[in-house]
Design a protein around this ligand. Structure first.
Ligand SMILES: [Zn+2]
Length: 342
């Protein structure tokens, strides 16, 4: 099942997607992108949101990105509900029903959307925003998995990395070989924004200029943040910070930092005692003052870690379930910087 989903993901890459865009809302009217332009109704088949293009997005950062570039030309429907941790999300029939009206579904890729399968790709075109991104390969991505811990009696299966059979929950999700958190790396986020503009232009070619203007605005905001923070991070090159869930791989690659985390990149659950001990040693050795805790992660282990090392916990947001792009990135930058300065 997973294999099918993956190959379909590849096939539906941004560049090849949407060969026959259906843009009945404005295609025939040559309506300008200006919202004040008078609209002639092109067809009685138009939906109530006739002026906007209905698109689906997989989870929060993708939704925010499509809203930014799509502006008032798009109406997004988010698949994973707001405030819900997306890594282990299991779709409900309601989610599937919501997807029905959307011709395209914008996804992050790299296995964030483990729930994408043929029942979705049959009815909805995927726009994979990770297209062209240089991924971080997870060297030993099953080493930190905790799922199998209680299943020691079943060691042979563990060796085969056959999660499907002995996974706690029954759904068909395996973890990818790449770090999926591309939206937290500014370089990667810029490329995702560009991919979004390209994809939206395929859906609504007459709005090309409008999407490009929004992309330019986006890049300007990204530039401003880079200019403000990149010089500030320079003196801390090579430094590490400790967080609850290994979500900052791309941010670290761009800023020349390192992360240590309580949980791996797929938020698999609590770490082994050995891992906790290694983290305690690391925090002490590096004199780390702050243990970051993501908004949706369980703070239990992080709090223990902080107690044992004399560090404090500070909340940080990975955007996975909520938050706006630039304000949240700025907040992350500032908090990481502050932790280095103490
Ligand atoms: Zn994550």
């Amino acid at each position: 099942m997973k294999k099918i989903a993956l190959s379909l993901l590849m096939a539906a890459a941004v560049i090849t997607g949407c060969a026959a865009p259906s843009t009945k809302t404005t295609k025939d009217t040559k309506a300008s992108t200006s919202t004040t332009a008078p609209q002639t109704t092109p067809s009685p088949a138009s939906t109530p949101t006739a002026e906007k293009i209905p698109v689906a997005t997989s989870f929060n950062p993708i939704d925010k990105l499509v809203q930014y570039i799509g502006g008032d030309r798009v109406q997004t429907t988010m698949f994973v509900p707001a405030g819900v941790e997306p890594h282990d999300y299991e779709p409900t029939p309601k989610d599937m029903a919501r997807l029905k009206g959307a011709k395209v579904l914008f996804i992050n890729g790299f296995d964030m959307e483990h729930w994408v399968d043929s029942s979705i790709t049959k009815q909805t075109k995927l726009m994979n925003l990770s297209e062209g991104i240089n991924p971080i390969r997870l060297a030993d991505h099953d080493k930190d998995h905790d799922h199998d811990k209680e299943k020691d009696k079943d060691k042979d299966k563990d060796k085969d990395h056959d999660h499907d059979k002995d996974h706690d929950h029954d759904h068909d999700h395996k973890h990818g070989e790449f770090d999926p958190h591309i939206w937290l790396g500014m370089k990667e986020l810029r490329l995702m924004a560009k991919n979004t503009a390209t994809a939206l232009t395929m859906v609504s070619p007459q709005d090309k200029t409008y999407f490009e203007e929004n992309l330019a605005k986006f890049n300007k905001e990204a530039d401003a943040l880079d200019q403000e923070y990149l010089p500030q991070f320079k003196p801390f090159a090579g430094k590490s910070f400790v967080t609850g869930h290994e979500a900052f791989g791309y941010l670290c690659r761009n800023l020349n930092l390192k992360q240590q985390a309580v949980e791996g990149p797929f938020a698999e659950g609590e770490p082994t005692p050995q891992k906790i001990k290694a983290l305690v040693d690391h925090v002490k050795a590096e004199k780390i003052s702050t243990i970051f805790v993501e908004e949706l992660a369980s703070p239990k282990v992080s709090e223990t870690l902080a107690r044992e090392t004399g560090a404090k916990t500070v909340q940080i947001n990975t955007l996975e379930a909520e938050g706006d792009l630039f304000p949240t990135l700025k907040d992350i930058y500032q908090k990481v910087l502050d932790s280095f300065k103490k």
